[in-house]
Design a protein around this ligand. Structure first.
Ligand code: ZN
Length: 223
């Protein structure tokens, strides 16, 4: 049975997911977070309040803009439902930091899906939020790895993996150890292969696959 707290957390999580997805769209179009008001990305018509209800509007509109009938990106729905489900797992201080970390990388994933990049500040906030055991070795490991990646990638002309992907993978590895990392990476690669099978001729952003894999492992019982 769904208790009241889970229901409230789900609604807040839907709103947060919706906000992160909208913020990523504005990162892609280089618009400010505040202006203009929410609008259709295709016809630019401002949206009415009932078209902005996270988790419900997508269903009411049947996935299309009410004015120009352009399809609303499906990751809007994934962001809202995923955000809602993630936040229902909040159990006080113990899960605050890993959840904040997952939401941070969710934002990076929405940016990566649109532009194959994400803002540099995500990597810096990652240093604070990555839920690693606070020891000198893990703190130094996280700092040195991030610095090395940033130094190396600015000098490497044709890297075969994105620096953002490697920042996420290395911080996950340092935070959660080799076993959890190998499980997480295996599922992410499977998801990426499925996505590649659907759109074989497009360059694949990997952060969304890494993030959805992290969501799934987090949501599984006994994570
Ligand atoms: Zn429209």
């Amino acid at each position: 049975m769904i208790d009241m707290l889970s229901g409230i957390l789900f609604i807040y999580g839907c709103c947060l997911g919706s906000f992160l997805c909208a913020a990523a769209s504005r990162y892609a179009t280089q618009e400010s977070l505040l202006f203009p008001a929410s609008h259709c990305e295709w016809c630019q018509t401002p949206l009415a309040y009932w078209q902005l209800i996270p988790g419900l509007s997508y269903w009411c509109l049947r996935g299309r803009c009410a004015y120009c009938q352009a399809p609303i990106p499906v990751d809007t729905l994934i962001a809202e439902l995923g955000g809602g489900l993630l936040l229902t797992t909040w159990h006080g201080p113990a899960s605050t930091q890993p959840l904040a970390w997952l939401f941070l990388w969710s934002y990076a994933a929405f940016c990566d899906a649109r532009t194959q990049s994400f803002p540099a500040w995500v990597g810096l906030v990652n240093l604070v939020l990555a839920p690693h055991p606070i020891t000198l070795a893990t703190t130094l490991g996280l700092l040195l790895t991030t610095t090395a990646i940033r130094w190396g990638w600015s000098r490497w002309s044709r890297p075969w993996i994105g620096d953002g992907d490697l920042e996420f993978i290395s911080s996950f590895g340092i935070a959660l150890g080799p076993l959890a990392t190998s499980r997480w990476l295996s599922l992410a690669c499977l998801l990426a292969l499925l996505a590649h099978w659907q759109t074989p001729h497009q360059r694949l952003p990997f952060i969304p696959a890494l993030t959805v894999s992290a969501w799934i492992w987090w949501l599984l019982p006994g994570h």
